[in-house]
Design a protein. Structure first.
Length: 365
């Protein structure tokens, strides 16, 4: 019996007009245990294949070097992106991994901006290819599980945070942690930020029920990073302007994943995902919102997220001291951060530090 959450039963389609290369890819997938994959040699077949609603595609492996015209390559990617964005069906959009002969940075960034999720430089290493496919399909599996849980539990599980089932909360926690593992982190960061948010909400006298709901929704704030290439997510150096522009799209990707539901919980998670990078003075992204035009949940998560980012090791930087982070937050009062939220954060700073010391990062083996 087919299991829609089993990544090895998900549908993989390969577009490659080179018989030898196609055989290599097919053999690599078969030896790893993938059971539902097929190959195409004509680019014109892609859209028809994607329109087969009875057998949806989960991942596309595209070798567009077969097209001599570079613009034609990107036209195909643009067509895929437009098709799914118009339908507002982002979570159904297949993952796109590109094979490319282009090793220069500009070409790789253009691939990502045109809709590719990731890319593999040819000649490909079978182990690297499998790892990239499995990482992307694991994330897709988690999104599918969340979608099913939303459908089954509906509004009943969202009328009160107390009514949420353990299974549903587990899916949410794992889905939020999926983005952390791309940084080789251990899952404690999400716990810290979530508890920071709850403490701030309580200090703001928003009520224990709402504060708890915020804590449970916060793990989804960076869910949109699932749609950002590992080449960007795991880059140890400062991002280029073009790469940062791609990175910024994680807020709109996350909002689209969480959109379209009437429940209070998912509307809250949607607002957090979309607005936690807005700034109080209107210089944030994606919409340059200012002051109380930014939902309060986004203003709270913003300060919790920044504090933890400053005081934790990341793939691209070492941690700074708590004292440094606190002074920076004070200096950004009224600019990056809501003054009232800053004041509440500073009032409960001893409790914030307790949480930080309780949920320390454990190096992954």
């Amino acid at each position: 019996m087919s299991n829609q959450f089993d990544i090895y039963q998900m549908r993989v389609v390969i577009l490659n007009d080179q018989p030898i290369s196609s055989v290599q890819v097919n053999t690599t997938l078969s030896q790893r245990g993938f059971q539902n994959f097929s190959s195409l040699s004509d680019p014109a077949e892609i859209i028809e294949t994607l329109n087969d609603s009875d057998n949806p595609v989960d991942l596309l492996l595209l070798d567009l070097n077969m097209l001599e015209d570079e613009e034609e390559r990107f036209t195909i990617l643009d067509t895929l992106t437009v098709q799914y964005n118009v339908q507002n069906d982002l979570q159904d959009k297949p993952i796109v991994i590109m094979f490319t002969n282009d090793s220069d940075k500009a070409s790789r960034v253009k691939l990502l901006q045109s809709g590719a999720t990731d890319y593999v430089i040819k000649p490909f290493d079978p182990i690297e290819l499998i790892q990239r496919i499995e990482i992307q399909l694991e994330k897709r599996s988690l999104i599918k599980q969340l979608s099913v849980q939303q459908h089954l539990l509906g509004e009943k599980c969202l009328q009160s945070s107390e009514k949420m089932t353990n299974d549903y909360q587990e899916v949410l926690a794992r889905l939020g942690q999926a983005t952390e593992y791309r940084y080789h982190e251990t899952g404690t960061r999400i716990k810290r930020v979530s508890f920071f948010v709850e403490l701030i909400a309580l200090e703001l006298e928003l009520g224990s029920e709402f504060a708890k709901l915020l804590r449970i929704a916060t793990p989804l704030h960076d869910i949109g990073k699932i749609g950002i290439s590992d080449k960007i997510m795991l880059k140890p150096d400062r991002l280029t302007f073009e790469e940062f522009e791609v990175m910024k799209t994680h807020v709109t990707i996350g909002a689209k994943i969480l959109a379209g539901h009437s429940s209070d919980f998912l509307q809250l998670a949607h607002d957090i995902a979309l607005t936690h990078h807005e700034k109080f003075d209107g210089t944030g992204y994606p919409n340059n919102l200012m002051g109380d035009k930014i939902p309060l949940c986004g203003r709270i998560v913003a300060i919790a997220d920044v504090f933890d980012a400053l005081t934790s090791d990341r793939v691209y930087k070492k941690s700074r001291s708590v004292e440094y982070a606190v002074e920076l937050i004070k200096s950004e009062r009224g600019r990056h951060f809501d003054p009232e939220v800053v004041d509440s954060f500073l009032t409960i700073l001893p409790h914030i530090i307790e949480v930080k010391e309780k949920y320390v990062d454990i190096p992954k083996p």
